[in-house]
Design a protein around this ligand. Sequence first.
Ligand code: IVH
Length: 692
Amino acid sequence: MNKTRRRVDDLRDLILHHQHRYYVLDDPEISDAAFDALFRELQTLEEQNPELSDPNSPTVRVGGAVAERFEKVDHQVPVLSLANAYGEEDLRRWRGRLLRLLPEEEQGLLAYVVEPKFDGLTVVLRYENGSFTLGATRGDGEVGENITPNLKTVRQLPLQIPVASQDGVAAATSLPPPRRLILRGEVYVEEDDFGEFNRTQEEKGERTYANPRNFAAGSLRLLDSSISAERPLKLWTYQTFLLEAEIEPPLSHWDSLELLRGYGFPVCDESRRFSDEEWEELVGFVTNWQALRQRLPYELDGMVVKVDLLSQQGRLGFTGKDPRWAVAFKTGGEEATTRLMDIGIKVGRTGAITPNAVLEPVSIGGVTVQAATLHNADYVEELDIRIGDTVLVKRAGDVIPKVLRPLPELRDGSEKPWKMPAECPSCGECLVRPPEEAATYCFNNACPDQLVRKVEYFVSRGAMDIVGFGTKQAELFVGNGYIQTLADVYRLPWEQIEELEGYGDRRVENLRLGVRESKSRGATRLLTALGIRFVGSVVAELLMEQFDAIGELMETDVETLGEIEGVGPKIAEAVVSYFALEPNRALVNSFADLGVDLATPHGRRAAVPDEQPFAGKTFVITGTLPSMSRSEAKSRIEAWGGKVTGSVSSKTDFLLAGEKAGSKLEKAERLGIRILSEQELLAGGAHMVQPA
Ligand code: IVH
């Protein structure tokens, strides 16, 4: 508990420091993502430990400090913030909550407006009898800074509303001027304008800004508004706070945006309105926001989804500082901070040793991460990463999460430096770091961990592609001593395997068929599967175009190989030295004895293509299957001609559902999609499997 309290305190100090750099000095020291990561960690800790809450925590204040040099303004309506949704699941949860909170008879009226989340500086604008009287920054949400003179320099900001005419063109509406209007908008700078400004500043040797947002913020806070006037500031307005006017008040957010347009305010026309029936379309539009961002000349920071009807907004109200009726959707959040609990080491297929971070589990962009790579010993040493450190972790797309750096500011003295061990954790052999190499190796060919990795690679999709055979099986069979060389993959003791827990008849039968089928993958794949240094599938293909069988390749020399286009001396050397070793030659010969195809370049087809039972069908897999992992199921489906996608839509033909299937099952049922069990799946394809 004490530890948590200390951490919360440290995080608060650090966040306040960075907020000051960012908001007051316009001179950030860390990336937005790193800042967000710290902020989220604090938010999570405070949520989990309500007793540590503090009215002055940076998560309670809306953010941004009030600088001393401007006159302070009390906001008549508090300037609140938005809750974030990181990813699709969060967004769906938000809607789920709306549906729970709204009475049933109201749900039919539910509709949404989606708008860009502009990445600039929030401003609050006040109009009295149609005249612009006050413009303020958000400040802490209660008190802002009066920046009226600077705002007046923003060309798009109407000084009188309705705007009578623009460049001789009459305004679209003839509305009476409102008695009072308070609204909210964002002052921003286009990326090109920002780039050009920084270039000119650099030439003059004057200060540049970190990003368009800081540039906009800095320009609005200049004490001399004649300098602001020269800055390319622009404005979007997006939210009415208060309206007193002799007109029918708008009933929806959409209509209020229309009204603002009518008054002459800049309102972005990328916004869209969706009914609740169109929710799936909304999700598609929102999750694809990066495409919009690329098309627009200014920065976005996500999308904002708002409940359209103002009456429903009122009913939904607020939680703390955030309205329940709106949410900011972001995909960012690719980085997070967490604690490095330990550094483990992994022995690779080639014997290369990589240090791996064992992390306190943390959610990054909706995925729980508890391991990350640390590359090699130099990386750990150069960044001075210590066990116990708080580290910044990045996960982007499918790549392996990586530790970016430690945050030494958060150390309490208990952190321990790490050293690469002298001996292999798997076999105890001395580790070697060849001169000039960054990697450390275990050179013991019989090292069990290495063998597991070799088998894992041998059976993988790019190599022998053995369905039902993955990391788990590699570990199990090596661990039980069934596999001592790669050839043992074809000598597995099936009767013993049937005795193992979790290996029922059907499963063993599938695995057995997979192994048998793989014998006919052909020479190119077998050559790839051997895992010779520098010989991946592309090089294997080049080589097998020149030789009739692996046996021939085994007898060749460096010169002959070097003449093949695309095969350099490094590859030639690696191939020849691999086959110079007696155990490797024996291995290839055992494959031949076991009936593995060493000659046909691409092997025989395992299945008759026009009998593929799932050709052209799209599958989605959900839940826990009784005997297969999801990736096994995926390989099965693909082997039988089907396609596997991630989310259920009207294009889905089958949902393969296991235990604990959740929202995907519900959706598939709603759309009338055929639901299959694992057993049905296997039956569907059973007649297809032909022993090689
Ligand atoms: S609505 C009470 N709409 O994002 C709801 N905010 O992270 C008020 N922002 O402080 C916010 N674009 O400054 C809204 N289209 C948009 C926005 C937007 C940018 C800013 C706003 C807010 C911050 C919240």
